[in-house]
Design a protein around this ligand. Structure first.
Ligand SMILES: Cc1cc2nc3c(=O)[nH]c(=O)nc-3n(C[C@H](O)[C@H](O)[C@H](O)COP(=O)(O)O)c2cc1C
Length: 301
């Protein structure tokens, strides 16, 4: 049977409309689940670097995601530090975001790390609204997490996000420092595109297990960070094993990237950390950010 052109176009229009509405509804309905999943990803990585059992966390996350979020909220506190090394309240950041139309009740549903993420994505808009250039406006927020198990005052670890380029793409991770803010507690690299078996080994225990106990300050208090050497620390820096880890065979470029972004990212917090070190009694540390002998060593890597 021959159909008219009007019928064919009408039919195509109806199918397109049906599919569009279906997709729009699916996207809207799945959004909260996607947000929870993204939130859980961040939380699981922070729990992992703080020493919580990965298998247990994953199992709980699969059956009762809210329990994992509740645990995180009970045991961790987020802090934001600006480029002048001053702490900034999350409420102040929320107030700023309200200028873009975000509702207070909507922002109150979010974790501190999500608020900072939204803020970072909206800096251009906020700067335009304030009538200043983006660089001028950017407060340079850095996020960190205090691990305070059970909500106790005592801090078990400070956790800092670290990120930068490897060989192929960005590498994302977290490093946990002991309360002395000098000794590494642990490290995780949770997202990267490095080649499995080569640079990709950074996310395996063979690489990360070398970090606990390493020092980000030299004995005289100067900032050093941790470097990934090409080869073995025992051959390259036998005199300073506390500041270096062994490189990955066939992963030298990835290792160089890790060295560079650990250095830059930890340095951003060093002045803020120094005030805490002084307040908690470890006054041996210096606030300057240079360790000439180690910087030159970094160039050799
Ligand atoms: C397919 C392919 C994938 C590679 N992936 C990585 C990588 O993820 N990270 C890295 O540092 N080097 C990688 N390399 C090796 C680099 O090209 C380079 O040879 C290496 O970093 C040098 O390390 P080595 O001195 O330890 O051999 C890859 C090479 C090939 C051919």
């Amino acid at each position: 049977m021959q159909r008219s052109n009007l019928y064919t176009f009408g039919f195509a229009f109806a199918v397109t409309l049906f599919c569009s509405v279906g997709l729009a509804l699916a996207a809207t309905n799945l959004k909260p689940a996607q947000q929870i999943s993204a939130r859980l990803d961040v939380i699981k990585n922070i729990l992992s670097v703080a020493g919580y059992d990965d298998a247990e966390t994953n199992q709980t996350a699969a059956t009762d995601p809210k329990a994992v979020i509740d645990l995180f909220e009970k045991d961790f506190n987020a802090r934001v530090v600006d480029k002048n090394n001053q702490e900034v309240s999350i409420d102040a950041i929320k107030t700023e975001l309200q200028k873009l139309g975000y509702k207070p009740e909507e922002l109150d549903q979010k974790q501190a790390f999500e608020i900072v993420e939204i803020f970072s994505a909206k800096i251009g808009l906020l700067a335009a609204k304030a009538g200043v250039k983006k660089d001028e406006y950017d407060p340079g927020y850095s996020l960190l997490f205090l691990h305070q198990p059970g909500g106790q005052a005592e801090i078990a670890a400070y956790i800092v996000p670290v990120e930068g380029f490897g060989l192929w793409d960005m590498i994302y991770g977290y490093i946990a420092l002991q309360p002395d803010l000098i000794t590494v507690k642990d490290i995780r690299f949770y997202k990267h595109q490095e080649t499995p078996g080569l640079g990709g080994e950074i996310s395996t225990p063979v690489f990360t297990d070398q970090f606990p106990g390493k020092k980000i300050l030299a004995e005289d208090g100067t900032y050093t960070s941790i470097g990934v050497v090409k080869g073995k620390v025992s051959d390259v820096h036998p005199d300073q094993p506390e500041h270096y880890v062994d490189g990955i065979s066939g992963g030298t470029i990835t290792g160089r990237g890790v060295t560079d972004f650990l250095y830059e990212d930890l340095k951003r917090y060093n002045v803020y950390f120094q005030t805490i070190r002084e307040n908690t009694g470890d006054v041996s540390a210096k606030s300057d950010n240079q360790a000439p002998e180690l910087l030159s060593a970094r160039g050799e890597l």
